[in-house]
Design a protein around this ligand. Structure first.
Ligand SMILES: NC(=O)c1ccc[n+]([C@@H]2O[C@H](COP(=O)([O-])OP(=O)(O)OC[C@H]3O[C@@H](n4cnc5c(N)ncnc54)[C@H](OP(=O)(O)O)[C@@H]3O)[C@@H](O)[C@H]2O)c1
Length: 337
């Protein structure tokens, strides 16, 4: 076995993270105890929420300590098992963090079922990001036939699922994405009804033209200038699942102007329902339905997805930094082994 390697948080970023905020180091695997499994990490998922863990600002989850391993979910191969529920060779999902090997209690390791879709989907379209879209739409968005649903970061794992679920519900799906290639993918491969480039100088009027009947569901992934363009178009009784605000994660966008009076006024006058959520609150009631309903649709190609795979754990920091600036194209994964 090559020496186990991990990536730790070397220092807390101020603004956008830089390479200096991360440190690659070798470590010794702990001894496996009764009930533990030893894992070889195959793929690591890189997700926007990790930026929040790098900061010590108050949030829904505890921050990663400085010198602590960067958190993350992985697809792994069981190499040794002291838990009868697992055997060597099993492919599983676990929260190992950014590392090449791990020893974890078997009770925290998950056998997944992708219905024949590739194992990587267990941390993408059929994992946490796909479930985020599914549960946010099911519980809060509740799109109806003929309505207009808008989502940004539309080529990513959350946004691409939101738009495809909207279409399955008979609604019109309008995507917002950055740049021509992503827009072409959203329109032509994912089958959204319309797509708008938020980097275009005509973004505001393009969005208006793409939503001639206004917006009934806006699935909020980014905030910032995208929210400014969406707000005037929200219909009476519109629903806004607030899933993420990636435009502000590096500290930009929040202070450029005060959005609160305009936003609260629109919520009041148009009876708009704005509901934030963290997907974990819906796991107990909806995860099994998600696996049963969406797994087969992904496996048979009815629901499409795209993965952006970088090679080697040491590339995780640069890939992660790029994602916060829209450089990824699809679900960002690191092939570790
Ligand atoms: N609430 C929850 O439980 C939960 C769970 C998972 C994810 N999330 C949130 O869901 C959102 C999408 O996550 P994901 O994993 O699917 O990410 P993703 O789409 O793979 O990556 C983030 C994307 O955000 C877009 N973006 C970045 N900065 C932007 C800006 N200033 N303005 C507009 N767009 C910008 C970029 O796409 P473009 O180049 O197309 O703009 C970038 O590719 C994130 O906000 C994430 O935090 C929330």
């Amino acid at each position: 076995m090559t020496h186990p390697t991990r990536i730790v948080l070397a220092s807390r970023p101020k603004g956008a993270p830089t390479a200096e905020n991360f440190r690659v180091e070798e470590f010794d695997l702990p001894e496996a105890r009764e009930g533990d499994v030893t894992l070889r990490i195959l793929y690591l998922s890189l997700d926007p929420y990790m930026r929040g863990r790098m900061s010590d600002a108050k949030s829904y989850a505890a921050p990663t300590p400085v010198d602590g391993v960067m958190e993350g979910e992985t697809v792994c191969e069981v190499s040794r098992s002291r838990d009868p529920a697992f055997k060597p060779g099993d492919i599983v999902r676990a929260r190992t963090g950014w590392c090449t090997h791990a020893v974890l209690a078997g009770s925290s390791v998950y056998h997944f079922n992708t219905h024949g879709a590739p194992d990587t989907t267990a941390i993408g379209v059929l994992g946490m990001p796909g479930f985020t879209a599914y549960s946010g739409m099911k519980v809060i968005g509740q799109p109806k036939s003929g309505e207009t649903v808008v989502v940004a970061a539309a080529s990513g794992p959350v946004g691409s699922m939101v738009g495809q679920l909207a279409r399955l519900a008979g609604a019109r799906a309008v995507g917002i994405a950055g740049g021509k290639d992503k827009c072409d993918f959203v329109r032509n491969e994912l089958g959204f009804d319309a797509v708008v480039d938020h980097r275009s100088k005509d973004f505001v009027t393009d969005l208006e033209h793409a939503c001639p009947n206004g917006i009934d569901v806006y699935f909020e992934n980014v905030g910032g200038h995208v929210w400014d363009a969406v707000l005037p178009l929200l219909n009476q009784f519109a629903r806004v699942p607030v899933c993420g605000l990636v435009a502000t994660y590096n500290g930009a966008g929040a202070g450029d102007h005060d959005r609160l009076p305009g936003t609260m006024g629109a919520i009041l006058r148009r009876s708009i329902q704005v509901r934030g959520f963290i997907q974990t609150e819906f796991v107990k009631d909806h995860y099994k339905d998600f696996e049963r309903e969406i797994g087969p649709l992904v496996a048979n190609g009815s629901i499409k997805y795209r993965e952006d795979v970088v090679d080697g754990l040491e590339k995780a920091p640069s890939a992660f930094i790029g994602m916060l600036d829209g450089k990824n194209f699809g679900k960002l994964l690191v092939r570790v082994a």
